[in-house]
Design a protein around this ligand. Sequence first.
Ligand code: NAD
Length: 280
Amino acid sequence: MRQRLIIVNTSPDPLKPLRNQKALVTGANSGIGEACALALGEAGADVVVNYVSRPEEADRVVEIIKQSGRRALAFQADVSREDQVQAMFARMREEFGTIDILVNNAGLQRDARFQEMSLEQWNTVIGINLTGQFLCAREAVREFLRRGVVPDVSSAAGKIICMSSVHEVIPWGGHVNYAASKGGVMQLMKSMAQELAPKKIRVNSIAPGAIKTPINRAAWETPQAEGELLKLIPEGRVGVPGDIARAAVWLASDASDYVTGTTIFVDGGMTLYPGFATGG
Ligand code: NAD
């Protein structure tokens, strides 16, 4: 019998590629995390909406997901705190039974010139952006390994999507703590992917370029600032959270079944060295 070599659509319901999957998105009450939580819900997943402050924003995201017919739950946890992360995953298992998809999204900036950067600024950014991703990924992997592959749900035992940044490769003066955290996320992601691929766990990153969210409001909120920013973006527009959420749905679905250990740059070409387009 001839083997089928081309399988384009692996989902029984192409409009709901994440049907009945259980997802957790960290930092899901704002910006990119919110867009990912809503998109995963639209794609058929039940979603835990993690937040650390502003519970009313998390409740708003939960309500929208529920309106689309999926289950959703807001849970407060600081991703840099082991006890809080473990409590969050325990609650998710109680409520949803398991986890299939983790979007490791929570992150922040604490900017300073290098010589003025305090240890507190350094530790806060590394603690949330890097250690936070480790703590959440470890809990997710423990559950993926306990449960294994459930073929009716997904061909993977679990999927982890790390929210990185173009600054995993572009150095960023004045933000060395942030760039170091995202460089760390890159090797965390790749090393986990290498170690866990035999267990059918896929680990990938998304590296957003400039996306309009509260984290970088100053860079786009005035026409002058946006004009400066656009010089760095060959596509000529600043990104929006939906640009990232669509990539997250694909990475979470079986459509990307053979993709692991990779970073998808969703950046309008920011990493293409735009300064060399007319010079060099
Ligand atoms: P945002 O400020 O809108 O969202 C960040 C989220 O992380 C918020 O919900 C915040 O409450 C949460 N968070 C912060 N500390 C936390 C903690 N200790 N525990 C739990 N949650 C915490 O910004 P955003 O742009 O949506 O950022 C999301 C991710 O995308 C971050 O990892 C950021 O580094 C990354 N990113 C953003 C851009 C961009 O241009 N916006 C570019 C590259 C990467």
